[in-house]
Design a protein around this ligand. Structure first.
Ligand SMILES: C[S@@+](CC[C@H](N)C(=O)[O-])C[C@H]1O[C@@H](n2cnc3c(N)ncnc32)[C@H](O)[C@@H]1O
Length: 202
C-alpha cells in the first residue's frame, strides 16, 4: 500500500493526529478541508494550497463565521490562525461528537446545530470572514451567500469548481455589491468574494 503523505502545514500547534480524530468522530463523512482519505501526494499538495489561501485571508483577532462545520477542520484551522471568535453552523447532529472534541480543545468557538438558512439571519455579527461551505445545491448556496451579505465584507466560498456553487456565486454577484476578487490555486477551488465598500452591519 502506498504510504500516506501528510503535508507539513507549518502551523504552530497543529496536530494531524487531532485532525484525524476529529474526522473519525464525525458520524457524517463528507469531504472536509483536511480529509486525507486518499493520502496521495496530489491530495497533500491540494490541502497545502487551500490552507495557504485561507491563511492569507484570516488575520489575528478575526471574527469568523462558518457554514457547514462537519468535523470542524476549518474551525480548527481558523482558531490556530488566530481567529478570536468563530461561530460555526452544522445541520447534522451526527457531527456533534467531533464538534464537542474541537470545543474541548480550542477556546472561542461557538457551535450551532441547525439549518444555516434559518440560523444565519438571526446572527448579530459583524464578522470579518465567512467560510461558506454548507449545502452545495444552487438554491442553498445562493441563500447562504445572500444571508451572509452585509454580515461579513469577505466571503470565502469553498468548492467553487462545483457547477452549482459557481452558478450560485454568479447569481449572488449579479445582484449584490460583492465582486469576485480571486480564486485559490487548487483543484477544489476557493472563491474570494469581497464587498469593496468593506462595511458589515451588526
Ligand atoms: C463539505 S462539509 C463542510 C466541511 C468543513 N467546512 C471543512 O472545511 O472542513 C459540508 C457540511 O455542510 C453541512 N450542511 C449542509 N447543509 C447545511 C445547512 N443547510 N446548514 C448547515 N450545515 C449544512 C453538511 O451536513 C456537511 O457537514
Amino acid at each position: 500500500m502506498r504510504k500516506r503523505k501528510l503535508p507539513d502545514l507549518d502551523l504552530q500547534g497543529f496536530s494531524w493526529a487531532f485532525a484525524k480524530s476529529l474526522f473519525e468522530a464525525s458520524g457524517h463523512k463528507e469531504g472536509t478541508l483536511l480529509s486525507i482519505i486518499s493520502g496521495s501526494p496530489a491530495r497533500a499538495r491540494e490541502i497545502k494550497a487551500q490552507v495557504k489561501f485561507i491563511r492569507a485571508n484570516i488575520k489575528e483577532g478575526d471574527r469568523v463565521l462558518e457554514i457547514g462545520t462537519n468535523c470542524g477542520h476549518f474551525s480548527y484551522l481558523a482558531s490556530l490562525l488566530g481567529a478570536t471568535s468563530i461561530v460555526t453552523i452544522e445541520l447534522r447532529e451526527e457531527c456533534a461528537p467531533a464538534i464537542e472534541m474541537l470545543l474541548a480543545e480550542r477556546a472561542g468557538i461557538t457551535s450551532i446545530i441547525g439549518d444555516s438558512a434559518h440560523v444565519v439571519p438571526q446572527l448579530r455579527g459583524p464578522f470579518d470572514v465567512a467560510w461558506v461551505d454548507g449545502s452545495h445545491s444552487m438554491a442553498s448556496a445562493l441563500k447562504d451567500l445572500r444571508n451572509c451579505a452585509g454580515k461579513s465584507p469577505l466571503l470565502l466560498v469553498d468548492d467553487y469548481n462545483n457547477t452549482s456553487v459557481r452558478e450560485a456565486v454568479a447569481a449572488f454577484i449579479a445582484d449584490s455589491e460583492y465582486v469576485l476578487d480571486s480564486v485559490s490555486n487548487s483543484k477544489r477551488i476557493i472563491a474570494k468574494l469581497i464587498n469593496p465598500e468593506g462595511q458589515s452591519t451588526p
